[in-house]
Design a protein around this ligand. Structure first.
Ligand SMILES: Cc1ncc(COP(=O)(O)O)c(C=O)c1O
Length: 299
């Protein structure tokens, strides 16, 4: 005698079908970027860019702890040659970060300052930058003590009004550097207002989004061109990794930064990329709780 058909036993199957990475992997094949656009933020932190590992089906991104990759013949490879240039764990993290910030591309680095170093290398001697005056000390040091020696000139201002920007800018101004909220004073800068000012002048607007995290603020949606993260902070979230990331609106700038990433070589290790990927999976919960706690204290 056969067992009666109990339809409710199929519920877990359908739940799996619609929530796990296999169904997403199927969708990725069709058009990953379109799918990230319709995913909500809390879904993106867990799923964006993540695909089952093609070699084993491992659902969590493996740590590809390898320096080099076998080529069937010179130049005949699977997209990976040498781990300074490409690493599969890093590739997944970069896709995830691009989706979180609504960007066209992301480029990962060994630290937040290595990421800033790469962004400043987009400039040439003689170029000028207008930057937040209440800036993370390490960013100020890199600008004034390192890049200042290579002929790049920095002006520092509060960004309280655009009249100051008119006064400080000239035809050599190539970049705006905003940190908001600032470290240490937590000052807030109106990204949209500054981006609108810069737009007609072809000045790149870069935002250090470390303190807000993409859960609270997505600067590219407000008109910025480049976003920086010290992933050491909210993205990593567990005080167990030093890591930096740049997310860009324009793929061409992304390509330039990938060139610098490979040419200068300040790449993160695969284990660090794995830790940041894992940290990001709880970003929405952690920042939500931090906001609730802050509100409780303020009240
Ligand atoms: C706002 C901000 N940007 C950049 C950095 C530099 O990041 P990292 O320490 O990962 O090099 C920090 C570090 O504290 C920071 O607070």
């Amino acid at each position: 005698m056969g067992l009666p058909f109990t339809w409710y036993k199929l519920i877990p199957y359908f739940c799996t079908l619609f929530t796990n990475n296999h169904s997403l992997a199927f969708l990725h094949v069709k058009d990953a970027k379109q799918i990230y656009k319709i995913m909500k933020f809390n879904t993106k932190v867990i799923h964006a860019g993540i695909q089952p590992d093609p070699t084993t089906g491992a659902i969590m991104t493996p740590i590809y702890q390898t320096s080099t990759y076998v080529q069937a013949a010179p130049g005949d490879h699977k997209g990976y040659e040498y781990a300074r240039t490409q690493n599969p764990t890093r590739t997944v993290l970069e896709a995830n970060l691009a989706a979180l910030e609504n960007g066209a591309d992301a480029v990962c680095f060994a630290s937040g300052l290595a990421a800033l170093d790469a962004i400043l290398k987009l400039l040439k001697p003689g170029d000028e930058v207008i930057a937040t005056n209440d800036l993370y000390g390490g960013s100020y040091r890199l600008m004034t003590k390192i890049f200042g020696n290579y002929g790049i000139h920095f002006h520092f201002t509060s960004f309280d009004n655009t009249a100051d920007l008119d006064a400080l800018s000239n035809e050599k101004t190539k970049m705006i550097w905003i940190e908001t909220p600032t470290n240490p004073m937590l000052n807030i800068i109106d990204i949209q207002k500054v981006a609108n000012w810069a737009k007609s002048k072809s000045i790149l607007v870069c935002v250090d989004n470390t303190f807000a995290s993409p859960y609270l603020q997505t600067p590219l949606d407000l008109g910025a061109d480049i976003v920086l993260h010290s992933a050491t902070k909210y993205l990593g979230g567990h005080s167990d990794v030093i890591h930096g990331a740049v997310i860009v609106k324009d793929k061409t700038i992304g390509d330039q930064l990938h060139f610098i990433q490979n040419a200068s070589g300040a790449v993160p290790g695969p284990q660090d990329c794995f830790l940041v990927l894992r940290g990001i999976k709880t970003l929405h919960i952690r920042v939500q709780r931090a906001c609730e706690n802050a509100m409780y204290i303020a009240e």
